[in-house]
Design a protein around this ligand. Structure first.
Ligand code: ZN
Length: 329
């Protein structure tokens, strides 16, 4: 395992934090996550605190904040969910300093990756930043957080994304980096919160190793991105990609292609973790779903099961698969 791609991982209680012997002089957090842990961390280290509101998480605003800093800093900590961690990655990249990520929820797999999703020029952009040097989970903050179900969903969706990746290597000669493949498969085994924490990090490391979100983002993510063009679904990322993974795996059966799990076994896993298995449960109409699948075929050049849909049969195939896997009842 090459450490260039992996952050150091710690899952500790508040009290054990002292034993890590950290130095932090700048803390980036959000208004809510600031109350959860961000302010406390800044006070503990006597660090400068920057609170970034939800509507200010744009490259333009972050650049302004960075140029307004009148001191030099050595280590920035990001305390929050995905969006705040992404802001802190941007800070660390621009300032060329080390980053410690303190996730306040285990809701997605981008924590350890070297990618940031930030708005620029009014549009969402995925940019390459740095990965955190350390990812530190605070037990009391992360335990029993209802948001964690999103992280489970994002991880389970890897069954679908890896199946797409392997499909592309069979049909399209895409390279499957073996280290990234092993890491992403490792991300599929988890149990406790601590296990979820390391599994999400493994998924992020697989992204770093492949130098692409490819291992953790297949057709199920592209459908999600297509849907997101019509509304803000960010807080439901995990449950939606998990649900769309069920459809994507249904396509494998339809086209008699091999996937790393059958859709019915996958659906059992969704049920086991109380994740949604129907469109109705997530309040998305069939026609919105259908349009998202159709748009997904063109918004991103990433080969997968949705690439097998074609021509006049597209709509009828989407419907029959949706019905077969139980997305519509
Ligand atoms: Zn994801």
């Amino acid at each position: 395992m090459s450490t260039i791609h992996s952050p150091d991982l710690y899952f500790v209680s508040r009290d054990e934090l002292d034993e890590l012997d950290l130095k932090i002089d700048l803390v980036i957090t959000g208004p809510t996550t600031g109350k959860v842990f961000g302010r406390e961390l800044a006070e503990k280290f006597d660090a400068k605190l920057i609170i970034v509101n939800g509507d200010r998480r744009t490259i333009e605003n972050l650049s302004e904040l960075i140029s307004g800093l009148d001191e030099t800093y050595e280590i920035v900590a990001g305390v929050g969910g995905g969006a705040i961690i992404d802001c802190s990655k941007y800070f660390a990249s621009e300032l060329d300093i080390n980053l410690f990520a303190f996730p306040t929820a285990l809701s997605h797999d981008g924590i350890a990756s070297n990618r940031s999703s930030l708005h620029y020029n009014g549009e969402k952009a995925s940019i390459k930043t740095i990965r955190p040097n350390k990812v530190i989970g605070i037990r009391e903050v992360l335990e029993k957080n209802p948001m964690n179900v999103g992280g489970i969903g994002d991880l389970l969706s890897n069954y679908s994304s890896v199946s797409d990746w392997l499909l592309s290597s069979r049909h399209n000669n895409e390279t499957v980096d073996s280290e990234a493949y092993n890491k992403i498969m490792e991300s599929l085994s988890f149990s406790s919160e601590e296990g979820l924490f390391s599994a999400l990090t493994a998924s992020g490391v697989a992204i770093n190793l492949a130098d692409s979100s490819r291992p953790a983002s297949g057709g199920e993510h592209t459908i999600y991105h297509a849907l997101s063009e019509t509304g803000d679904y960010g807080s439901r990322h995990g449950e939606l990609v998990a649900l769309f993974g069920l459809f994507n795996l249904g396509l494998f059966e339809k086209f008699e292609e091999q996937s790393i799990i059958d859709w019915d076994n996958y659906r059992q896993k969704l049920e086991e973790y109380k994740l949604p298995t129907t469109l109705e449960q997530v309040g998305i109409s069939y026609s919105d779903f259908e349009s998202a699948v159709i748009r997904a075929q063109t918004i991103r050049d990433r080969y997968g099961a949705i690439s097998l849909l074609n021509g006049d049969n597209t709509k009828s195939t989407i419907y029959s698969v949706t019905e077969r896997v139980g997305l519509v009842r």
